[in-house]
Design a protein around this ligand. Structure first.
Ligand SMILES: [Zn+2]
Length: 201
């Protein structure tokens, strides 16, 4: 997972509305404005000089549930936030990449594990951070894995070993809960959900 992902994922961080953190036009460097363009219904980031409308849209995070026999591979985060917490390998899609390619690439980059995807498993919208997370079930090719740059450790866990209180993100917790529930039933579905912002304590 990249640093930008962490910033966006962490609900404790500032939630920017589209264009809130942009002050200058990325095309001509003029100071931009926030207006509702003619024919539109939403506030956009617009450059008064070159007339560019800087649209912003949700980003997609793709990841995997790497499995070896009855165990699932998790990575212990070596970066803030959630330093030391466990996560499924996942990260932002790159340009010119498919969601499948992104899931396989992120798994290799974060855990060293080579996987073959076995089907899309969960798609979780997080409207309050403008992200969509998509996880695939994945079969590990072998036991060749280990920590990479952004991980402190990479380990296989049976269901009764999953460190539920030490998981990093809500989409990871939700996906693992759904995964083990389906596995107990003996068939895997495809799950579509949307998270809402937790009520402030
Ligand atoms: Zn401009």
């Amino acid at each position: 997972m990249r640093h930008g992902y962490d910033r966006l994922m962490n609900p404790d961080y500032h939630h920017s509305r589209p264009g809130d953190d942009q002050h200058f036009c990325s095309r001509c460097a003029e100071k931009i404005e926030h207006i509702i363009p003619a024919g539109d219904s939403r506030l956009r980031t617009v450059c008064p000089a070159c007339r560019t409308i800087h649209y912003r849209n949700p980003v997609i995070v793709a990841g995997a549930i790497p499995v070896w026999e009855d165990r699932v591979l998790l990575c212990k985060r070596g970066i803030e936030p959630r330093y030391g917490k466990w996560t499924l390998p996942a990260g932002f899609m790159e340009l010119k990449e498919s969601t499948e390619q992104a899931a396989v690439r992120e798994t290799l980059e974060e855990s060293g594990a080579a996987v073959t995807l076995e089907g899309a498993f969960s798609i979780i919208s997080i409207p309050y951070v403008d992200q969509v997370h998509l996880f695939y079930r994945a079969r590990m090719h072998n036991l060749d894995f280990g920590p990479r740059e952004e991980s402190l450790a990479v380990e296989l866990f049976r269901e009764d070993q999953i460190p539920w209180d030490e998981l990093s993100f809500r989409t990871v917790i939700t996906t693992l809960e759904l995964y083990f529930a389906d596995r107990r039933k003996g068939s895997f579905g495809f799950h579509s959900q949307a998270l809402t912002l937790p009520a402030k304590a």
